[in-house]
Design a protein around this ligand. Structure first.
Ligand code: A2P
Length: 351
């Protein structure tokens, strides 16, 4: 017998929250009730659920989760830390898009195409990885399985939508201001983003890497469940609205030719090969925006080492990098009959 499911979307007025609602509707997630939650600022506001339905936003509170089966969170790390434990205490399974729970040993970090089996261990909170990590592991896991990746060197070209709606607005406003010969206002990023490139995402750490870069390092190891994989990253914000691109260099234990890699990726789940440079065919954010797949192209041998490959990986950071991945996790939980909090774990995340 199918269950009647109540689903809450926390952060429903934001860029990812809206995409979560859209994705739940498009993929016909079997919810009988959807509850959009946001801050007190947005109470009464309407958000679309499909073409014909508008839902009225309620305030996210500690007691918002009575009778809720599943909550998709995308309202920032602080909000997740504060409210997700109360959701779990009410018996609601949380899929969290923030960084708050990703490295917590109690929380699986899941990309369904890569490590869906980690869901079997969940205790109430499942973390969605960082957008840049998700698209990279979707493309690299099949190569890791075939040839064992020893080292990954990645440079990202990340769209402003990853920072949220306010950054989308800021890029648009700055472009308008510059074209009307006005000084652009700089509020969201430390420098102007219009017609610029910022090698700075999230805060700088003691080792001079940014937190975003170290997320790619640690999350990849957790998702692959393989501490032997070495990752080094440079994360860069570019003036693109939707779609992250990544230049990725890998060194493998076993030799893998570009031809082998293309054959493997041609059938890999969630991957679409788009690699015909002679015809000027390679993935670009413009084409990836609004799509579900992770696109891979520019596959070529790294001629400086015996077992090396270069790849170019592009995906929609709001869809596969956030909302879609969260909904796929929810679908997988349902398929595996795991959409419940074990009774013994209800208080696990409360202080
Ligand atoms: P609100 O619009 O009411 O501020 P984005 O990542 O696009 O900036 O969106 C962030 C989302 O997180 C928004 O829906 C925002 O709601 C929500 N949010 C931020 N802080 C809180 C909070 N303290 N409580 C509930 N929702 C929050």
């Amino acid at each position: 017998m199918s269950r009647s499911l109540t689903v809450a979307v926390c952060g429903a007025t934001g860029a990812v929250g809206r995409e979560m609602l859209k994705t739940l509707h498009e993929r016909e997630f079997p919810a009988t009730s959807i509850i959009p939650l946001a801050s007190s600022r947005s109470v009464g506001m309407k958000v679309p659920y499909g073409e014909d339905v508008e839902l009225v936003v309620r305030e996210l509170k500690e007691d918002s989760f009575e009778g809720v089966d599943l909550a998709l969170f995308s309202a920032g790390g602080g909000t997740s830390l504060k409210f997700a434990p109360h959701a779990v205490a009410a018996g609601c399974v949380v899929v969290d898009n923030s960084a708050a729970w990703r490295m917590d040993e109690r929380c699986p970090l899941v990309v369904p195409e890569v490590n869906a089996d980690h869901l079997e261990e969940h205790r109430g909170i499942i973390a969605n990885p960082n957008c840049s990590t998700i698209q990279m592991v979707v493309a690299l896991k099949p190569l890791h399985d075939a040839a064992k990746i020893r080292r990954i060197v990645v440079s990202t070209y990340q769209a402003v939508s990853g920072t949220g709606q306010k950054a989308i607005n800021e890029l648009e406003t700055q472009v308008r201001q510059l074209f009307s010969m006005r000084d652009p206002e700089v509020n969201v990023y430390p420098h102007r983003i219009a017609f610029n490139v910022l090698p700075h995402i999230d805060v700088f750490l003691e080792n001079d890497y940014t937190k975003e870069e170290m997320k790619m390092v640690h999350e990849t190891v957790k998702i692959f469940a393989d501490p032997s994989v070495k990752v080094t990253a440079t994360c860069v914000r570019v003036p693109v609205f939707y779609g992250h691109a990544e230049s990725v260099n890998i060194e493998t234990e076993k030799k893998i030719t570009p031809r082998d890699a293309r054959a493997i990726l041609a059938t890999a789940p969630g991957v679409q090969l788009y690699d015909n440079p002679q015809e000027k065919m390679y993935p670009m954010p413009l084409d990836a925006a609004g799509e579900d797949m992770t696109f891979v192209g520019r596959i070529r041998e790294d001629e400086t080492i015996p077992n090396g490959l270069n790849l170019w990986i592009v995906a929609d950071n709001i869809r596969k990098g956030a909302a879609l991945n969260a909904v796929q996790v929810a679908e997988e939980l349902l398929r595996r009959d795991l959409l419940r909090v074990p009774d013994a774990d209800r208080d696990l995340f409360l202080d």
